[in-house]
Ligand binder design. Structure first.
Ligand SMILES: *Cc1c(COP(=O)(O)O)cnc(C)c1O
Length: 401
């Protein structure tokens, strides 16, 4: 609980605040608090932004190169290609694989739409598989069933900050000669432990890893940003080329690419936040531990599990509500000005965007069971104990009333 700002924790006076219950910050609980996170590092960030302005190297300046290098070192991956956002990162990764229209790409349905949207955008065929009810990540049996001669790639998602079962996924990919692109937008900084004891960062185990620096992500910019990483030089060079209009030398364009850049101001901010990423993730883990302990006695709440192969960096703290009217639960919290969100209310295979296109889906029983009962509670790096007490008591009071 080291990151809790003691100046903002008032345990002895809790009943006093509770009676008034309306003091400003308590009514101001947010899913993510990027404002206070900025204020805590304001001096450093303002200086870094000023430096970029002073050098006027807005695009591909030193800050971008420094950040790419630092991110590669942090992740233990050889090549980092910065780009404009996480969706582009996934798209560029898939463009680099030379897939043909109709080739099948396997992804979970229980994820953010970006993962599957880019598959369809490139005229590839999304194949939706189920998730594990405990980790919320790709289910291995479902994956095995979905493989056909047309399958070319698997895109596991490290959802909510917990790794997908990569060891099994990589093994299956090897057997069938498939590419693996990890969607690491929600799990940057998480560790995966292989059965031989090797530890790797999420996003560095497959052929390509893709991530997002959207402000609310664990490593968030103050605007859009993304990156692609790989240990394969040929793939990395190709992705860098694709992200830059398919350009091999200035004004010579070898392949059809796109324009996807991380700007220097965002890179300068990310450089500062990367140095704090482990501390930020620990703060999230402390929040999660507090919630899990507070909900231990409530049978109707399934708290997030942490498997023995993955650390959990809690991009979201997502509970399952068993036999509970979720609308009523949300209304109860909302009356106390406690926000919560549903990630995601409609799984990929039921989205209208896929209604007429070609897609396949495989027995998505768990996805269909989870969708109506998941609920994500506020979690971020700036939460203090008083807020956590208020939120957990708010949740507990629903079950005691
Ligand atoms: C946020 C996110 C993305 C997309 O990132 P953007 O930067 O918003 O484009 C992709 N996949 C997952 C799982 C995400 O959470």
């Amino acid at each position: 609980m080291q990151r809790w700002d003691t100046k903002r924790v008032f345990p002895p006076f809790w009943p006093f605040y509770c009676n008034f219950g309306k003091i400003h910050w308590m009514r101001n609980i947010q899913m993510v608090d990027t404002k206070n996170q900025y204020l805590a590092i304001k001096e450093e960030v303002d200086l870094a932004i000023q430096n970029v302005l002073d050098t006027a190297a807005y695009i591909n300046g030193k800050a971008v190169q420094d950040f790419s290098k630092n991110l590669g070192a942090y992740l233990g991956v050889q090549y980092v290609v910065p780009c404009a956002n996480g969706t582009d990162a996934l798209q560029i990764a898939m463009m680099a694989l030379d897939l043909q229209p109709g080739d099948e790409v396997i992804t979970p349905s229980f994820t953010y739409i970006a993962t599957t949207e880019v598959v369809a955008l490139l005229k590839l065929t999304p194949v939706f598989v189920d998730v594990d009810p405990v980790t919320y990540c790709m289910d291995i049996e479902s994956l095995k069933k979905a493989i056909t001669p047309k399958t070319k790639a698997i895109v596991p998602v490290h959802l909510y900050g917990h790794a997908a079962p990569m060891e099994a996924i990589l093994e299956i990919a090897k057997q069938h000669n498939l590419y693996v692109i990890e969607d690491n937008a929600q799990a940057i900084g998480a560790d995966y432990t292989f059965s031989d004891g090797t530890v790797k960062k999420t996003g560095t185990m497959g052929h390509i890893g893709a991530t997002s620096f959207y402000p609310s992500k664990n490593l968030g910019a103050f605007g859009d940003g993304g990156a692609i990483f790989s240990n394969d030089k040929v793939l990395a060079d190709k992705m860098a080329m694709i992200a830059n209009h398919g350009q091999s030398a200035r004004y010579y364009h070898d392949v059809v690419g796109c324009n996807s850049r991380l700007d220097s101001i965002q890179a300068a901010i990310l450089n500062i936040k990367l140095a704090k990423l482990d501390t930020y993730n620990k703060a999230r883990q402390a929040v999660a531990a507090y919630y899990t302990q507070a909900f231990a006695g409530i049978d109707a709440i399934v708290t997030p599990a942490i498997s023995n192969y993955s650390s959990h960096v809690f991009h979201q703290y997502t509970i399952q509500l068993k036999g509970v009217d979720r609308e009523k639960f949300i209304a109860h919290l909302s009356a106390k000005e406690i926000p919560c969100m549903i990630y995601y209310p409609v799984p990929g295979h039921l989205q209208k965007m896929f209604a007429s296109g070609q897609q396949y889906q495989w027995d998505l029983k768990v996805t269909d069971q989870l969708t109506p009962c998941v609920c994500s509670l506020p979690i971020h790096t700036e939460m203090d104990e008083a807020q956590l007490k208020y939120i957990t008591e708010g949740v507990q009071s629903f079950f005691n009333s």
